[in-house]
Write a protein that binds this ligand. Structure first.
Ligand code: SF4
Length: 258
């Protein structure tokens, strides 16, 4: 079980906080892609530096651009309501997007724009070291899994397995599974590493809001529909995180006894 211990980075909350602040300093005036010409603010991401879950959506909207915060406005209210219903407060997770800047007219970001912003995203995942990454919406799903043929309608709620054979073989040799998605990551010395994590897609809150009726004042949804499927997915994610934490603690205790 030694590898399991190594897969969870032993970062302290203070270290995570410091690293996220330093990352924000590096990206707040970013001009790596053309979106810097039209944005008002880089929407870096926000939430608990010690989060068990990172939620990654596609791009900030115009309201988010104005305030520099992800998921505010109607889609943000809808997300908050979903999280409240499953008792997963927004403050306990970390929320960000594939790109940090609002694409004009809220168009889909281009491949080049997403690639330009990828270092920010992988570094955030590396620092926070979550148990689960939630891909909110189709673009986040196909970008993070690097599989354009996937459909959010078919894949939402499913756990994604590592496409990286060496990680899988290594895990199996150690007698455990390493499900997850592997992303390339450069460290400060530009060394390439792999970043492994479990990924579960859900519907994007804005997509839910287009099809389901949502009462913003009461935070309630029409029965059935995308919101209720997403609540099931979020509940399963929450249970999975609890299980992973407990397995990790058991492995750590066994390791300490050895
Ligand atoms: S989208 Fe990302 S890479 Fe492009 S300017 Fe904004 S922060 Fe920089």
């Amino acid at each position: 079980m030694g590898n399991l211990i190594q897969l969870r980075a032993p970062w302290t909350t203070e270290w995570k906080q410091r690293e996220l602040e330093s990352l924000w300093e590096q990206w707040k005036d970013c001009d790596r892609c053309g979106l810097c010409d039209t944005r008002k603010n880089v929407v870096f991401g926000e939430g608990n530096p010690n989060a068990d879950i990172i939620l990654i959506a596609d791009r900030p909207g115009e309201t988010e651009d104005g305030e520099g915060r992800p998921f505010i406005g109607r889609a943000g209210n809808l997300l908050d309501s979903l999280l409240q219903i499953v008792d997963l407060p927004r403050e306990e997770i970390f929320i960000t997007n594939l790109v940090g800047c609002w694409p004009p007219e809220t168009r889909e970001p281009t491949k080049l724009e997403m690639e330009a912003c990828f270092d920010r995203l992988t570094r955030i995942i590396y620092i926070i070291d979550p148990y689960i990454v939630i891909a909110a919406g189709k673009l986040a799903l196909i970008t993070l899994t690097r599989n354009r043929s996937l459909s959010i309608e078919k894949e939402h709620g499913k756990l994604f397995s590592s496409p990286h054979p060496s990680a899988r073989v290594k895990g199996e040799r150690e007698g455990m599974k390493i499900p997850g998605v592997v992303m390339p990551l450069k460290d400060d010395d530009k060394q390439m590493h792999t970043l492994e994590y479990d990924l579960v897609p859900i519907y994007h809150p804005a997509y839910i809001g287009r099809f389901d009726s949502f009462d913003e004042d009461k935070g309630t949804f029409s029965p059935g529909g995308y919101a209720h499927q997403t609540l099931d997915d979020l509940n399963a994610i929450k249970e999975r995180v609890q299980r992973m934490k407990s397995e990790y603690e058991t492995a750590r205790t066994q390791m300490e006894r050895m």
